[in-house]
Design a protein around this ligand. Structure first.
Ligand code: MN
Ligand code: MN
Length: 308
């Protein structure tokens, strides 16, 4: 996966002269990796602004600007066993893409590794969730994504929370940042089976209070799914379906800091470099570092200068 072309066509002594299409800190082999990154360049059901298929490449490009060491976590990322498989081969059919994601994440999870999926659009998350039982899910999203079906497709990106509920069951899904819900979704008898924390509630209560409530309701493992439009367009303008009055970047960082250690998988998706000023891809790259950093850190501190 990921590497195309024959081995004998490679020129190892020149490889340092050529830019890799892998995430810059992903130096490990698959066998040794603890984290397995892959892109899913699919935006076939996107309803408003397309381009999230270009998300994986834009994150790899943006990541190059980040330092490979983060003093907040005390983690040097090149020392962490991370591999990047490249991008999944995808066609036009959302159901097939979801099946491929299921296959890929199933293998990675069974091998005892943590999949980190870069979207692409939100529909692909269902593939990862299908492998999970007795796991809770934390979603960052402006949208409830609770449609039974949308534009004739039950794998539309507007249905992913609904599909996940069918798999994981009531009381296991926590969606933070919600502020766009259709009347139909809102009136659905199933709606209360997911705990939605609106963006305005987060502002009123503060993110730590919301995190505490979720912490008290989750026992065991979680899957974390970050739809970048959950974050305010001021921080993340390059998304397919932007919504005003969103979460702050550091709200989302706090959620990742709290739950990353319990995570069996992570994805970040729904951003498009076609509408970006560069900040959305940069933030997505940083959130991947935050996820790995939170897990790998022995102790992290905002006062890192005095911790030596
Ligand atoms: Mn979504
Ligand atoms: Mn969304």
């Amino acid at each position: 996966m990921g590497d195309h072309g024959k081995e004998e066509d490679n020129v190892p002594e020149l490889s340092y002269l050529f830019k890799s299409t892998k995430l810059p800190d992903a130096h490990s082999s698959y066998a040794e990796a603890r984290y397995v990154i892959f892109g899913v360049p699919f935006d076939g059901t996107s309803s408003f602004r397309r381009g999230s298929r270009l998300g994986p490449e834009s994150v790899r490009y943006a990541y190059d600007n980040l330092e490979s060491f983060d003093p907040y976590y005390g983690v040097n990322f090149p020392d962490v066993p991370i591999t990047d498989l490249g991008n999944l081969e995808v066609g036009e059919d959302a159901a097939e893409v979801v099946d491929s994601v299921q296959l890929a994440t199933s293998k990675i999870i069974l091998d005892g590794k943590v999949p980190i999926m870069i979207g692409g659009e939100h529909s692909i998350t269902t593939g990862a969730i299908r492998n999970l039982r007795d796991v809770s899910m934390i979603i960052i999203d402006a949208h409830s994504d609770f449609r039974e079906s949308y534009m004739g497709n039950d794998h539309n990106h507007a249905c992913v929370t609904r599909r996940s509920l069918e798999i994981l069951g009531e009381g296991r899904i926590f969606s933070i940042g919600t502020r766009s819900v259709s009347k139909e979704e809102y009136e659905s008898p199933e709606f209360h089976k997911v705990r939605f924390f609106s963006a305005s509630m987060v502002r009123e209560r503060g993110i730590s209070s919301v995190i505490r409530e979720i912490r008290n309701s989750i026992h065991g493992k979680v899957y974390i799914s970050i739809d970048m439009d959950g974050i305010d367009p001021a921080y993340a303008p390059g998304v397919g379906t932007p919504e005003p009055y969103g979460l702050s970047d550091t709200d989302v960082k706090a959620v990742i800091n709290t739950f990353a250690r319990d995570a069996v998988g992570f994805d970040v998706l729904e951003f498009t470099p076609l509408y970006d000023n560069g900040n959305t891809s940069m933030l997505a790259a940083k959130l991947i570092q935050d996820f790995i950093g939170s897990r790998e850190s022995r102790s992290y501190s905002a006062d890192f200068w005095n911790q030596k």
